[in-house]
Design a protein around this ligand. Structure first.
Ligand code: SAM
Length: 231
């Protein structure tokens, strides 16, 4: 069911107040981006009435658009000031990329499912997020042509942070990623300083798996249960 744009605006204001600011997200630029990006455009038509609900939603191909609070939490941890080049692994719907595009100079985002990448690319262009660059491929190898990145965000769960992504992180850069097995991961924030890194645990989370070299194998006996991840 479609609502008016004023109604969607009201739903976004309420989402920011009750799900995001109330849980401690304080960066006003992040809160403002979350108020402005029309999340309902990034969810499937039949889920429009849940677009601003406090949960992840299915977007097809067994994948999800993340919960609004988790999008805000990961974005805030990147400490964007507007001059950065950001790399996102896992474009999915394109929603997280749209939020990042308001806070950074350029967003490079990689998605392994061509169907999702193409849909996200079309939608981002239609909505005017022209500083987002979408590519189909295995994001665990990063995007070396555009490295180094001041910020990297991985929106699928890896067994550990892929080494190519650490290599492509700029000195002083921040990387946020869910790390761990199916059903339970730690959201971590890695900060690079010279040749060393420091890691901070942020929150327990449950993401779909990062697939590929430097991620999880595509099919593993007794491994990922895709039906579980379709929640
Ligand atoms: N950021 C997305 C959004 O705003 O809608 C949500 C991403 S969803 C939780 C995780 C995405 O990572 C899925 O679309 C999945 O296909 C993608 N993915 C998994 N492994 C990948 C890989 N190796 N390279 C690129 N994308 C990958």
């Amino acid at each position: 069911m479609k609502a008016s744009s004023a109604e969607y605006q009201r739903l976004r204001e309420r989402m920011v107040e009750t799900q995001i600011a109330s849980r401690g997200i304080a960066d006003e630029r992040v809160l403002q981006a979350m108020r402005e990006v029309p999340r309902h455009r990034f969810v499937p038509e039949h889920l429009l009435s849940s677009a601003y609900a406090d949960c992840a939603l299915p977007i097809g191909e067994g994948q999800t658009i993340s919960q609004p609070y988790i999008v805000a939490l990961m974005t805030e941890a990147l400490e964007l000031q507007s001059h950065e080049r950001v790399l996102e692994i896992g474009t999915g719907s394109g929603y997280q990329a749209a939020i990042l595009s308001k806070l950074a100079r350029d967003v490079y985002t990689i998605e392994r499912h061509a169907v999702l990448a193409e849909r996200a690319q079309r939608l981002l262009a239609e909505l005017g997020y022209h500083n987002v660059h979408v590519r189909v491929g295995n994001g665990t190898a990063g995007w070396p042509e555009h490295a180094p990145f001041e910020a990297i965000i991985v929106t699928a769960a890896a067994p550990e942070v892929p080494q190519p992504l650490l290599d492509q992180l700029a000195d002083g850069g921040r990387l946020v990623a869910p790390v761990g097995p199916a059903g339970f991961q730690n959201l971590i924030c890695v900060r690079k300083k010279g040749q060393s890194t420091t890691t901070r645990n942020m929150a327990p989370v449950a993401f779909v798996p990062l697939i590929g070299e430097h991620g999880w194998p595509e099919k593993e006996e007794g491994g990922w249960d895709w039906r579980f991840w379709r929640r």
